[in-house]
Design a binder for this molecule. Sequence first.
Ligand code: C2O
Ligand code: CU
Ligand code: CU
Length: 473
Amino acid sequence: RGFFALTGLVGLALAGCGGANGNRGSLGFANRLRIPPVLDPRPGADGVKRFPLLMRPGQAEFLPGRPARTWGINGDYLGPTLRVRRGDKVAMAVTNLLPEASTLHWHGMRLPAAMDGGPHQLIASGGTWNPAWTVDQPAATTWYHPHPHGETSEHVYRGLAGMFIVDDEHSAELPHTYGVDDVPLIVQDKVFDEDGQLEEAFAGTFGLLGDQVLVNGTHDPFFEVTTTRVRFRILNGSNAHVFTVGFADDRRFQVIASDAGLLRAPATVDRVRISPGERFEVVVEFRPGEQVVLRGFAGDSAVEKGDYDLLKFVAAQQLAASPELPRTLAGRSPVEPGERVRKFRLGGSNINGNEMDLARIDEVVAAGAREVWELDNITYEHNFHIHEVAFRVLTVDGEEPPEHLRGPKDTVFVPGGAKVRLAVEFGPHTDPKVPYMYHCHILKHEDKGMMGQFVIVPPGTEDQTPRTLQLTG
Ligand code: C2O
Ligand code: CU
Ligand code: CU
């Protein structure tokens, strides 16, 4: 059976799905949640794990009988879940069969800038890009998506994204059977036209804000629970929409990890707000035979509007007993703030008054540095992502954030008018000529220029580092 074959019930009338309240209350949960296939190759004789990835046009039947034109990676929509262990040597072969140039960025991976897949690592149509690195970071849920300057909205929206899971020696203590008790949930909002095509409705301050939500590319999904505890890796892969996720019955659940890895201990919540690019791992308990809906609850800003039923869980009559969740997790020690403070004023489509310029280096950072980055949002809602790093949210408007936001992260929601302070830790890879990015992950803002570039250089060489780049090609 194909990933997009409909299972179970008759497709519901789409007419019931729209309206001010999004999907809520009108779903039949007719489709089995698609689980992206795992790509976990055996190492070759040289010890390297090779990942062939093919970006290509496709066709996916999100709505019954109305196949949509899509883009996908090794498939019609989204890409495989890549799974590696800390210490693995990996080599990617990314082939671009799209009609235009693109890139593939490893969001959350700590690697040399030339391997990062940002806007400087364009892959021409018909070309192949071969980055390779050694995975050296704690277990985390990372992801990958294109990053061509000015085109990221379109490329991600059409379907180019996938999960990239890093395991380490502690991973076995937590639920880890993929697709059973360790389940990816890639949440993305869409607008469909009358023919069921993805409508590229990018107008407006935030760009696309959809009235339909897909999980793992599945419209109107259900998931069959077979164990008493399930770990969900939730990724907001939307262009702009911010979802505050929780259950229709308000049950509590445990957050065990944020973007860059495990927390020090599970944090109990009934809601977790997830902005584009952010990931949270949560563990949920289920009772035999029950059904419960996971919902995105509306917030009070334009990027949070509407309630959306994301997914229905259907628990089997008999559930296999899961091990207890450990009281403490193997999370790394908190990122400590350094002395150096950098300030970033977030405008509507600029940072510190500057729009993105591929030839300009905005910041020069010493390898291994710890710094404080202060975000001052002088406009409406944004978020902020930094490539390569792990950071900790110190304060939001002077207040310490809730427990589940104190762990290692790489992307943070920045409410309208808010001030956010981050303790940021930079990696060891230096390259004065190839920058990493920091940007708003509301993709329209990023595409319009709300992005800057930094290089990591050997300590002591910051002052000699050129601030302009000779762009080739
Ligand atoms: Cu998820 Cu610079 O991106
Ligand atoms: Cu990134
Ligand atoms: Cu923004």
